[in-house]
Structures are given as C-alpha cells and as structure tokens.
Design a protein around this ligand. Structure first.
Ligand code: C2G
Length: 130
C-alpha cells in the first residue's frame, strides 16, 4: 500500500485545492493531509485564516479522496510527520517546488502544477468588490 501525504492551509477552500488533492490521491492508495494550524498560518502569512483549524480539518476530512487528516504545527516537522504517517510520497503544489527536497531521504517528493487563476486572494478581492 502506497501512502501519499500532502500539506496545506486550504483557506478558503476552492477548486484548486480539490484538484491538487485528487491528483495527489491518484499517486497512491491512501491520502493523508496535514492541515496547517492557525498559529502556523499566522506565522507564515501574518494573518489569521478565514476558517479556523477545526473547520478546515472538518472540510478536508469530509472529502472522498482523503483518508486521514492531522494538524501541521510546523514546516520543520515535515520529516517527522512523514515518518509518523508512514508516507511513501510527499506531494505539494509547485509554488513549493524544491522547498521540501530535504525530506527525500525518507520518501519520494513530487511537485504538481497549480491550477491557474484560482486563488484565495482573488476570491477575497472578488467578494470585497461586490
Ligand atoms: N493549490 C493549487 N492550485 C491553486 C491553489 C493552491 O494546486 N490554484 C495547491 C497548493 O499548491 C498547495 C495546496 O493547494 O499544494 C494548498 O494550498 P495552500 O492552502 O495555499 O497551502 P499553503 O498555505 O501553501 O501551505 O507545509 C506546507 C504548507 O502547509 C502549505
């Protein structure tokens, strides 16, 4: 059984997120997703997410292609999470290309192309302009 792992904030959840999760799931038999904690999100982006971590965990765990979720508290713990979840391959969107190559000693690393012109920032601008 090949386990795929991926990470993300998924806030506000949109079709770009659906597609990366579907494509990640196709690379193995089981998909586990690390959902960034509110604190990690604040540290990375300097703002609180629209949906809190419990809501985002609930959304991601409800998806048919997702077999398990856990909270990602630190980018530096990536290797620990991979080992804990017994993952064979780490999948990330190519906005992270090269950034997680340092876990290649414990699993394969694949960067998938992002879905063009879908973003939370664009969504927020759209709503703000209504
Ligand atoms: N994504 C995508 N297409 C988009 C937008 C996002 O394929 N139009 C992908 C990203 O490349 C990423 C996933 O969806 O693989 C989640 O995106 P974010 O929620 O923006 O994730 P991020 O905040 O970058 O967190 O440890 C890594 C981090 O937790 C990643």
């Amino acid at each position: 059984q090949r386990t795929v792992i991926t990470f993300g904030t998924f806030d506000v959840f949109h079709v770009g997120h659906v597609r990366v999760l579907q494509r990640a799931a196709e690379l193995g038999d089981r998909l586990v997703v690390g959902v960034s904690s509110d604190a990690l999100n604040f540290a990375k982006k300097g703002r609180s997410p629209v949906f809190n971590e419990d809501e985002r965990l609930e959304i991601i765990s409800s998806l048919r292609v997702v077999d398990g979720v856990f909270l990602e508290e630190s980018l530096e713990k990536k290797r620990d999470y991979i080992i804990e979840q017994q993952a064979d391959v780490l999948v990330m969107g190519d906005d992270w290309a090269g950034k997680f190559d340092w876990v290649k000693d414990v699993c394969d690393v694949v960067y998938l192309p992002r879905t063009p012109s879908v973003s939370t920032t664009g969504l927020i601008e759209h709503i703000a302009g209504m």
